[in-house]
Ligand binder design. Structure first.
Ligand code: FES
Length: 400
């Protein structure tokens, strides 16, 4: 049951504090634990150093405070959120508070019994990830044998009457399979298919050379998507997101820093975007120490890149700044070592060559996979510990 009185408790007063709009979207990253080891995971490469997950009572408090602030959409994510055995309890509370809820899952652990309880407790939507339409590539990219299980889970999700988004992250390995991936989604009865080309943060940044597609691969895949869109109409809505590196203007990342998105990491750190932890010089407030209202409206981390005052040239005097807000802070840092620079995806940026070079190298490498190419670094605890020791991944000069 929707409890709108909770949402009404703080919003007008808090919004009036500073003219800052309240958050709309809460992403609860319940845990970094995950049975999969995907090569393009957006979790921080040093996730293994993060300890002490919030307990159930602390998460319940996060949900209540976020709803009171005005958040309306809630994603349960991770890692794999099904690793938490209090997920059902959190879903029930979210329903009571009036959130629209989405479970973002690999499917591992999503038994019929859990699906039944999640349905009963009011979960609205499920996003199930696949790595490819073939068992071989699905299992290689996640470093697990999960393809058959995911197929079974997809059928169970539909049998329980959930709307389903099938999510498949695209890159050089699976772009040639886009038609088969669409066929798979149609066969499973997915209402939505998210074909999200890899964006290069976290583990994907560490594997950028192996994952970056060629322009030809992208164009061919886009043409296939267009063909299917025309043929299938509204049967399944297909989203195709181009990688930033192939654009000449940056995206309005997270719809603006501290604008609508509020992420809570497993240890309670509050983040304006899911990759923000990679940025230097920002102390991210923790829900154990501060109220969400103070975090959202008052903290330095959430205010640092709001508005336009933080901008340097060429963004500061650019007539397009109100549209893209300078692009992505995490990408600016990864490629220029300064998060206040223009996102170098923009061809007005003095650092745009950093993006062009990567695209050029991908073209030289070509679509074919060479047997001797650099091995993929999979997301696992051992690699994470090693990479954090070496101060590797985001912020590592080796990767730029
Ligand atoms: Fe962090 Fe874009 S991913 S600001």
């Amino acid at each position: 049951m929707t409890d709108l009185s909770v949402a009404a408790q703080h919003t007008p007063e808090d919004s009036a504090r500073s003219g800052i709009a309240p958050p709309l979207w809460l992403l609860a990253e319940l845990t970094y634990r995950c049975p999969l080891h995907c090569a393009f995971c957006y979790n921080p490469v040093d996730y293994a150093a993060q300890k002490d997950e919030l307990d159930t009572a602390q998460w319940l408090n996060v949900l209540r405070e976020a709803r009171a602030l005005g958040a309306a959409q809630l994603g349960f994510s991770g890692g794999e959120p099904l690793m938490r055995d209090d997920l059902e309890e959190l879903v029930a509370e979210a329903r009571k508070l009036g959130f629209y809820t989405n479970l973002i899952t690999s499917g591992v652990g999503l038994t019929d019994q859990r699906l039944g309880v999640l349905k009963e407790n009011g979960l609205d939507h499920i996003q199930l990830s696949f790595q490819d339409s073939t068992q071989q590539l699905n299992d290689f990219l996640s470093s697990t044998r999960t393809f058959d299980l995911k197929n079974r889970v997809a059928r169970s999700i539909k049998a329980h009457g959930f709307p389903m988004v099938l999510n498949c992250v695209l890159h050089r390995y699976n772009l040639p399979h886009v038609d088969k991936i669409i066929e798979m989604a149609l066969e499973m009865g997915a209402e939505y298919l998210e074909l999200a080309n890899t964006q290069y943060y976290g583990w994907a940044h560490a594997n950028r050379a192996q994952l970056m597609p060629t322009a030809e691969q992208l164009h061919e895949a886009e043409a296939v998507v267009e063909r299917y869109r025309k043929a299938i109409g509204n049967r399944c809505k297909i989203f195709f997101v181009v990688p930033d590196y192939y654009e000449t203007r940056p995206k309005r990342c997270m719809n603006g820093w501290g604008s609508v998105f509020l992420g809570i990491a497993p240890d309670g750190a509050a983040l304006p975007c899911h990759s923000a932890r990679s940025l230097p010089g920002l102390a991210f407030p923790n829900v154990r120490d501060m109220s969400l209202a103070d975090i959202w409206y008052e903290s330095d981390a959430f205010n640092r890149f709001r508005g336009f005052d933080w901008m340097k040239e060429p963004c500061r005097s650019c007539e397009e700044k109100t549209r893209d807000l300078g692009g992505c802070r995490c990408q600016a840092y990864l490629l220029t070592q300064d998060p206040a620079n223009a996102d170098p995806v923009c061809d007005k940026s003095p650092h745009h060559e950093a993006v062009v070079r990567v695209v050029r190298e991908a073209a030289q490498r070509g679509a074919a996979l060479a047997p001797d190419e650099q091995p993929v670094v999979f997301r696992n605890d051992a690699n994470s510990r090693q990479m954090s020791e070496q101060k590797s991944g985001p912020g590592n000069a080796r990767q730029r």
